[in-house]
Design a protein around this ligand. Structure first.
Ligand SMILES: *[C@@H]1O[C@H](CO)[C@@H](O)[C@H](O)[C@H]1NC(C)=O
Ligand SMILES: *[C@@H]1O[C@H](CO)[C@@H](O)[C@H](O)[C@H]1NC(C)=O
Ligand SMILES: *[C@@H]1O[C@H](CO)[C@@H](O)[C@H](O)[C@H]1NC(C)=O
Ligand SMILES: *[C@@H]1O[C@H](CO)[C@@H](O)[C@H](O)[C@H]1NC(C)=O
Ligand SMILES: *[C@@H]1O[C@H](CO)[C@@H](O)[C@H](O)[C@H]1NC(C)=O
Ligand SMILES: *[C@@H]1O[C@H](CO)[C@@H](O)[C@H](O)[C@H]1NC(C)=O
Ligand SMILES: *[C@@H]1O[C@H](CO)[C@@H](O)[C@H](O)[C@H]1NC(C)=O
Ligand SMILES: *[C@@H]1O[C@H](CO)[C@@H](O)[C@H](O)[C@H]1NC(C)=O
Ligand SMILES: *[C@@H]1O[C@H](CO)[C@@H](O)[C@H](O)[C@H]1NC(C)=O
Ligand SMILES: *[C@@H]1O[C@H](CO)[C@@H](O)[C@H](O)[C@H]1NC(C)=O
Length: 493
């Protein structure tokens, strides 16, 4: 799950022009479409200091700066999934999911951060989990990195140090060697734009470094190099034997234009959000609008270079095409408008786009979380057009509330978004082939701690065993999986 960087301006006066709701005639998922659920290591595992596990940047951040977490909490125990993984797998099986997306804790596998020492017990945990999934006919989908890198690497600069490219590749090789024979889908890295912005241009996420309004650009730059290096390594050393697929997941919002806006403005918002990461992978290099605007603003600010680093031609080519699928994480949509200050030559933000929300949509327990399914359709059509209709794997989509067991609002959200998804497949020829509910469990939601809940299964965080219990959405999802058809929202329990 993601946290948002931009301040949401509540702007109720904007009028949205929106695509009318598509008439869906068939709510059954196509043959071969797969459905699953997802979690990440730091958010659920706990066992933060078990055996020889090293300290990671989220252990360090939550222990030293609890004031940056809404309830001062941490992931020391979280859902205790390090011990409860067999129960988690039974829950997945009971609901009937086709696959489970989980992530590997880098510091659990490589306690020093580097590949000179592999933790036997650490890697065994992931082998156990993978084997348990396979024994229950659930496909393991592995995210190699979901934000929790070893602290020592951060002390050496983390994602702002280009050597991270090699350290990440060494780590990924260990994962391919150890788990690759059993895993057919790998996600290298989760949501670069989110951890780079929240962690290297704000104190919202660890490591909480604010670096001259350019740390986030350098972080993405090195992240893209790291991803591409690992993609090529998989191709050259593992693909022929392991026969898997590999890509990354990128966070993309949906967009509505207001009255005085236009397609150019929507495209600008899309490029600064989704295109920042996706364009180098699917088209080659950063989007032109990022290169020209950031270079121009950097010059006005007196820098002798652009705050957006440049890729050499070799890197542009090396990164281009390094994705077997478009891994999409999506939650909500915004209304876009142009920053009015720019007319007088004042550049407040590199994108020049002001994001706001249409408050007439229902919303969840986080300020940015609006239930806007039509925006999902708009986004999927943009991905189709911009990147030549790649196979899209939706790897995160979900709704946050305050932990209600009768979670009608969550079911309404899933019903709306999955209906929209089927509509763009059937009516707009969008090539979406996978969908993932975030999240299987209520869990540690980064800077929001345990104050908001995304799970389709409830976890009792005051119980030492972290007992799980069903919500209304648990049984709703079970019916979806049994019928492979989007179900109506129930009207009473
Ligand atoms: C917001 O969305 C609603 C519901 O889809 C739509 O009818 C309306 O035009 C929009 N309102 C504003 C103020 O943007
Ligand atoms: C479905 O697609 C057709 C052809 O692209 C288009 O004319 C029509 O408006 C679409 N209908 C809906 C309900 O989106
Ligand atoms: C609906 O879609 C499913 C899956 O593609 C298909 O098997 C079924 O025949 C379709 N039903 C109708 C009424 O078109
Ligand atoms: C589904 O997958 C099977 C096995 O790969 C393939 O034979 C079949 O043609 C696929 N069906 C569709 C509708 O793509
Ligand atoms: C591990 O951390 C817990 C706090 O979560 C602490 O109580 C315990 O002593 C630590 N164990 C070791 C071996 O350091
Ligand atoms: C892995 O499974 C084995 C056999 O059930 C068990 O003995 C071991 O403790 C497990 N290791 C981890 C780290 O979960
Ligand atoms: C980075 O932080 C600066 C200073 O807070 C802010 O002006 C800028 O919009 C941020 N950039 C991004 C991409 O979030
Ligand atoms: C559309 O938006 C772009 C970007 O802000 C602006 O340059 C252009 O003038 C706008 N066009 C119209 C017709 O409003
Ligand atoms: C990226 O790869 C595509 C497909 O091979 C190619 O058409 C495109 O020109 C490449 N982009 C760049 C910037 O080289
Ligand atoms: C959660 O666990 C605590 C401690 O075991 C227990 O007292 C409490 O009743 C549980 N809460 C719920 C809602 O089951």
């Amino acid at each position: 799950m993601k946290g948002f960087v931009n301040i949401v301006v509540i702007c109720a006066i904007l009028i949205c022009s929106r695509v009318p709701e598509a008439q869906v005639t068939n709510l059954t998922f196509p043959e071969n479409f797969t459905l699953g659920s997802a979690t990440s290591s730091y958010q659920i595992e706990g066992a933060w200091n078990i055996s020889d596990k090293g300290e990671n940047i989220w252990d360090w951040w939550t222990h030293n700066y609890p004031e940056n977490i809404a309830d001062g909490s941490n992931g020391d125990i979280a859902c205790n999934s390090y011990y409860n993984y067999k129960e988690d797998v039974q829950i997945l099986k009971d609901i009937g999911f086709d696959f489970y997306r989980f992530s590997i804790s880098w510091s659990r596998v490589l306690p020093n951060g580097f590949a000179n020492e592999i933790s036997e017990e650490g890697i065994q945990y992931y082998k156990n989990l993978t084997e348990e999934l396979l024994a229950n006919d659930i496909e393991p989908v592995v995210s190699i990195y979901h934000w929790d890198h070893p602290l020592i690497l951060e002390e050496l600069g983390g994602w702002t140090n280009e050597l991270m490219v090699e350290w990440f590749a060494d780590y990924a090789r260990v994962i391919f060697e150890e788990l690759g024979p059993l895993v057919k889908t790998f996600i290298t890295i989760n949501e670069p734009s989110v951890y780079c912005s929240n962690g290297y241009n704000s104190t919202r996420h660890s490591p909480g470094k604010i670096l001259e309004n350019m740390g986030h650009y350098i972080c993405i730059h090195n992240t893209l190099k790291a991803h591409a290096t690992v993609y090529h390594m998989y191709n050259d050393e593992f693909r022929s034997e392991q026969q898997g697929q590999i890509g990354l997941t990128t966070a993309c919002d949906g967009w509505f234009s207001n009255d005085d806006s236009n397609a150019t403005l929507i495209n600008q918002a899309f490029q600064f959000n989704c295109g920042w990461v996706a364009h180098p992978l699917f088209v080659g290099d950063y989007p032109e609008i990022l290169k020209t605007r950031i270079a121009m603003i950097s010059e006005l600010e007196g820098y002798p270079f652009s705050r957006l680093p440049e890729f050499s031609d070799e890197w542009v080519e090396y990164i281009n095409g390094t994705a077997d699928f478009f891994g999409l994480n999506h939650y909500t949509s915004y209304v876009v408008s142009a920053d009015p200050d720019e007319e007088s030559g004042i550049y407040n933000i590199d994108s020049g786009i002001i994001k706001s929300v249409n408050t007439s949509y229902p919303h969840g327990s986080l300020s940015w979380m609006y239930d806007t399914p039509e925006g999902f359709g708009n986004l999927l059509r943009m991905i189709r057009d911009e990147y030549d209709n790649p196979p899209v794997h939706v790897y995160e989509n979900g709704y946050c509330d305050l932990g209600e067991l009768n979670d009608y609002a969550r079911i309404t959200y899933y019903n709306g978004y999955m209906t929209e998804l089927l509509s763009v497949i059937q009516n707009d020829s969008c090539n979406v082939v996978r969908y993932t509910a975030w999240s299987l469990l209520d869990n540690f939601e980064w800077s929001d701690g345990y104050t908001v809940n995304f799970g389709i299964v409830s976890v009792n965080f005051t119980d030492p065993d972290r007992a799980r219990s069903s919500k209304l959405s648990t049984s709703w999802w079970k019916s979806v999986m049994q019928t492979r058809t989007v179900q109506d929202v129930p009207t009473s329990v």
